[in-house]
Design a protein around this ligand. Structure first.
Ligand code: C2E
Ligand code: MG
Ligand code: MG
Length: 652
């Protein structure tokens, strides 16, 4: 457009120059022709005679010849005032074409007399004996106020025209250049500004729809396109899948390797996702370390296959400087129209699936199932209860007795935490502890349990122990031995009366910080107990890893006894024998029946615990039991009676 406008301006300037050139030339030709005609008229004394048909005198002839050689007049004619041609210069020197017409009547010449004014015009020379450009001027000659003749002078204007044109070409070009400049500078500025504005606008539009770091679609745009795609499903007769991807412990990468490493992981992931996605699929970054792929499908199995490929590609290690990053992800998948008929519902379903997959651990893939909705609702409810209970101090401890074998004397209690919901019901620890661990609330709860358990046990006779369960999460910040020392100091409880129970899962990682903390606890004088022993795969090896004071055989073996019983009995016997060998005391948990107790009496276990002897009860309910045990100890003649028996019952 700009170029066309420029061409237009230059073209118009040049045409104007051309027009001006020819009109100026014409005027010049006329005045030159006129001047020559007047000059001839004045210098030819016998002009009247010639106009009347006489042959020119010798003097006139000479003048004609000379004038033709010096001036630019290359031809002239002399007419009678009535317009009849009388003389043509060609006729004097050569045979000219006009000779034929000599005496012919020229109306143009006649009209010059009639008007009394000269008449002139310019012509392009088209025949060989004419210059390329010349002027013809008819000039009336008067004597004493009367017309005596008409002189027509042909003047050659070729060279003049060339000069004019050259001059005009220069000025014209300069003028058009100037015009172009004057026009162009603002035009170019305008053009650049417009282009800049357009570019900014396009960038804004892009940013409105895309994630600036990865160039992928953003959430808003994904929702829009997803809605369109879902609406199109009935027409296209197809289906689609939303795959949500989230990194496990992404923040750890940022924290340990720096934000550049985190950025590299995100951009690499974006590239990997785009490489995997089909041309109809959509890839988006929903924010943080969460990505989404909308996959167009013909049949549902394609989604599983794609999710597998996603997992393989995205968990491929990548190098950052001289470090290797091994990404771990969780994938949640929902299918449309089955799991949601709007982007909102579908993303929600995929989110629930992702949530479940995160709970399943590293690199898990979960497809949405309708039950997940209820599970999530429960979890949200429980999370609320848990947070409120922490704020309102609604945790309470129950205590379950442990007895020495074979004396069946009360040895101590295990503190078991309960959450008292607002409706008064007791929420069992197996329900809320995993969530508390996940929400990182277990530290606070554990602190309460330690303080409360030590405070309560400090009121008991000195020989009774108190066992407290510790979650692996309580070892994460490295402060557990301080918390224990604090609880002991505040309660005044002797350290040897406190037993801390840990599970095999704490030792899975085989980490030095955990071992260091266990040693620190032991250094406080606290007993370390391996709880739920026998449920892990490589249980026995843990016994060599740390000098445990006690092993508690998991209650699942007691249940096992009630079946064919052979394997469970063998395992229990082996563990007890091993414990004896290593100098570790062994407690058997979960004794519910007299038959189980009978079996145990023969095994030589050091301690027993289970519903058969007593269920976990609030602190206020155990005073009588302590007193009874104390009295029994003072009457050695009486055979120690069986502890208060709960009705034998198997709990699955
Ligand atoms: P655990 O440490 O193995 O505690 C014993 C669990 O077995 C208790 O369940 C107890 O009520 C139950 N139990 C005892 N005898 C029998 C029996 O004869 N039959 C049956 N069926 N069950 C019996 P509870 O109180 O529900 O605690 C479950 C688990 O929650 C505990 O298992 C422990 O791992 C955890 N827990 C309890 N309190 C705490 C706590 O304060 N902190 C931490 N981190 N975990 C705790
Ligand atoms: Mg325990
Ligand atoms: Mg246990």
């Amino acid at each position: 457009m700009l170029a066309a406008a420029l061409i237009g301006v230059v073209g118009a300037t040049l045409s104007l120059a051309k027009f001006t050139t020819s009109s100026l030339l014409e005027q010049d030709a006329v005045s030159t022709g006129q001047a020559w005609a007047s000059y001839l008229a004045k210098n030819i004394p016998d002009l009247t005679q010639i106009a009347n048909g006489a042959y020119p005198s010798a003097a006139s002839m000479k003048f004609f010849e000379q004038s033709q050689r010096v001036g630019s007049v290359f031809r002239y004619k002399i007419f009678h005032p009535d317009g009849r041609l009388r003389l043509v210069s060609d006729e004097l020197t050569a045979v000219g074409t006009d000779k034929m017409n000599l005496g012919a009547h020229n109306t143009a010449a006649a009209s010059v007399i009639a008007t009394g004014r000269p008449f002139a015009g310019v012509k392009e020379g088209t025949t060989p004996n004419r210059p390329a450009y010349f002027a013809e001027a008819y000039v009336p000659v008067f004597a004493n106020g009367r017309p005596i003749a008409i002189v027509e002078a042909y003047t050659d204007q070729t060279e003049k025209r060339a000069r004019f044109e050259r001059a005009f070409a220069v000025t014209g070009s300069a003028f058009s250049l100037l015009t172009a400049l004057v026009f162009c500078i603002p035009a170019v500025a305008w053009y650049r500004r417009t282009r800049e504005r357009d570019r900014t606008e396009r960038l804004n539009q892009f940013l409105e729809r895309h994630d600036p770091m990865t160039g992928l679609l953003n959430r808003a745009r994904l929702v829009e396109t997803l809605d369109e795609a879902i609406a199109n499903i009935p027409v296209a007769g197809s289906m689609l899948a939303v795959h949500l991807v989230d990194f496990n412990r992404f923040n750890e990468i940022n924290d340990t390797l720096g934000h550049d490493a985190g950025d590299l992981l995100l951009t690499t992931t974006a590239a990997r996702l785009q490489a995997l996605a089909g041309s109809d699929d959509m890839v988006a970054r929903l924010g943080g370390d969460e990505f989404a792929v909308v996959q167009m499908l013909q049949y549902a199995e394609q989604a599983r296959d794609f999710a597998d490929r996603l997992r393989t590609a995205l968990t491929e290690p990548l190098r950052f400087q001289d470090q290797e990053i091994v990404p771990a992800i969780s994938i949640g998948v929902a299918l449309a129209p089955k799991d949601g008929d709007s982007s909102k519902r579908l993303l929600k379903s995929a989110d629930l699936a992702l949530y479940q997959s995160k709970r399943d651990g590293r690199n898990a893939i979960r497809f949405f199932e309708p039950e997940m909705t209820a599970a999530l609702r429960n979890r949200i409810e429980l999370e609320k209860t848990l947070r409120k209970a922490l704020a309102d101090n609604r945790f309470v401890l129950h205590f379950q007795p442990l007895f020495e074998m074979p004396s069946r004397r009360l040895a101590g209690y295990e503190a078991l935490v309960r959450l008292q919901a607002e409706d008064g019901t007791m929420v069992p620890p197996l329900v809320f502890i995993p969530l508390a661990e996940e929400l990182q609330l277990i530290g606070k709860i554990g602190e309460f349990v330690l303080h409360e358990a030590c405070r309560t046990a400090a009121t008991w006779p000195d020989h009774l122990t108190i066992a407290v369960n510790l979650s692996p999460a309580q070892f994460e910040d490295g402060g557990i031995s301080n918390t224990v020392a604090d609880a002991l100091a505040k309660s005044g409880l002797a350290p040897h009366r406190l037993e801390v129970e840990i599970t095999e899962s704490l030792l899975l990682a085989d980490s030095e910080p955990v071992m260091r903390q266990l040693r620190a606890l032991k250094a406080l004088g606290v007993a370390i107990v391996m709880d739920d022993f026998g449920t892990g795969y490589s249980s026995l090896s843990y016994l060599w890893r740390f000098a445990f004071d006690k092993i508690k055989i998991d209650r699942s073996f007691m249940l096992g006894l009630d079946g064919s019983g052979r394997d469970a009995a063998t395992v229990i016997n082996t563990i007890i024998a091993l414990g004896r060998e290593l100098g570790i005391r062994v407690t058997v948990e979960g004794i519910e029946t007299a038959r189980q107790l009978e079996f145990l009496e023969r095994t030589g276990a050091d301690q027993v615990q289970g519903f058969f002897f007593g269920r976990p009860v609030p602190a206020t309910d155990i005073a009588a039991e302590i007193v009874a045990d104390f009295l029994r100890s003072k009457q050695p003649s009486i055979v120690a009676p069986r502890p208060k028996l709960a009705p034998p019952r198997l709990v699955g």
